[in-house]
Write a protein that binds this ligand. Sequence first.
Ligand code: URP
Ligand code: ZN
Ligand code: ZN
Length: 465
Amino acid sequence: MTRILINGGTVVTAAETMRADVLIEGEKVIALLGAGAPEVADADVIDASGKLVFPGSVDAHTHMEIPFGAATSKDTFETGTRAAAWGGTTTIIDFPIQMKGDSLIGSFEETMAKAVGNSAIDFGLHQIVGDVNEQSLAELDVVFKEGVTSYKLFTAYPGVYYSTDAELMKVMQWASSNGSTILMHAENGSAIDLLREQAIARGDTAPLYHALTRPAEMEGEAAHRTILLAELTGAPLYIVHISAKQVVEEIAAARARGSNVFGETCPQYLFLELSLLDQGFEGAKYVCSPPLRDPADGHQDALWRALANNDLQVVATDHCPFDFEGQKTLGRGDFTKIPNGLPVVEHRFPLLIHAALADNRFSLNRMVDIASTTPAKMYGIYPQKGTIAVGSDADIAIVDPAATDTVSAATHHMNVDYSCFESMDLTGRIETVLSRGRVLIADGQYHGRPDHGRYLKRGLNQLVR
Ligand code: URP
Ligand code: ZN
Ligand code: ZN
């Protein structure tokens, strides 16, 4: 079996920072060797002197090749997982989508057919339940047996994925019976739809109105309501892609009551802001739901603070890329037709490293926690994923903390024609990436294969109290 020694680096996990060499055999880490350890023979050596050695990161929320209105997100599993690897992400959790009238099992099988054999890195799946009915409720048990232990529901997008309170409750009751986690897209969809119709009728059709018709209060309201439903039913609840301080407050209050309520935010809500939508139709590049917010209203500060103090636990991407030309432009003259979503999977981990190294937002250990360890625990794949420990998968990202990288659509690897982080200089360059002991990125080259990534049958949420 191949042995690799990552030599001379500083290993950073959620729990500690240590000078140690990492010995890999086959797909697994088999030893962490400190000072005085015996020499290792017969290993290929990767020199990590002066470098930081992180667990490969876990992106718990991506959307490869999904339909949104008239468009399909541009990254396939092949292109999106390759881009993820370039950014030090070695596990993603994506979503089969049950549309209205579809079978839940059918959507799971369809996504497996797209992903298996086409993923550079390991992947798990959450199931989107877009049509709660007798058949789909019965099918939940089948998908659960396939290692899908988390289910996304929506209070947004009426007529598409939206569920009524009673439908939310039915799925939550089922989740509570077996410990599955409910992911919630929390925005009050019907109130928002009214605001959207009124804006279009007034002639307010520019991308900025996408944001102005999705007020933070409507995100807070849906979070409040779904937290209460989850508490009533006993289902663990994880609110996705949080942009608003009102949601942070709801989650903090629920956690203070001892509830199993968790929260995720995304780099776009931490690093980007509302004014980016206010540049004529160029603003379409920044259309996602929930929308970017005005930092003057305190949303970004609240998100950063909550990540540092564990009121929020995870940063994922909600990666859902659409080209500006030909896809975002479907909404020229009508913001409601702009496909929602941003390209982020490649830059989440570099942005978080930058936030720790250059902006002192949190320690490097806390950064590993929110980028890797906690998502792995939340979705039942720890300690196989999310840490560097004896017996863990050898998923590793080696970073030069003294180097910088500039983000650009001209050099990124996502299959999309713009970057929403264009020209940002990020401290800390990801130089080498391994997935299950295989080198995917080294010396500025990609060495991976589209059939390397494996499907992860996941266990239950390991953070439930
Ligand atoms: O704008 C977004 N968030 N697009 C992806 C779909 C979703 O709601 O997560
Ligand atoms: Zn969503
Ligand atoms: Zn999403």
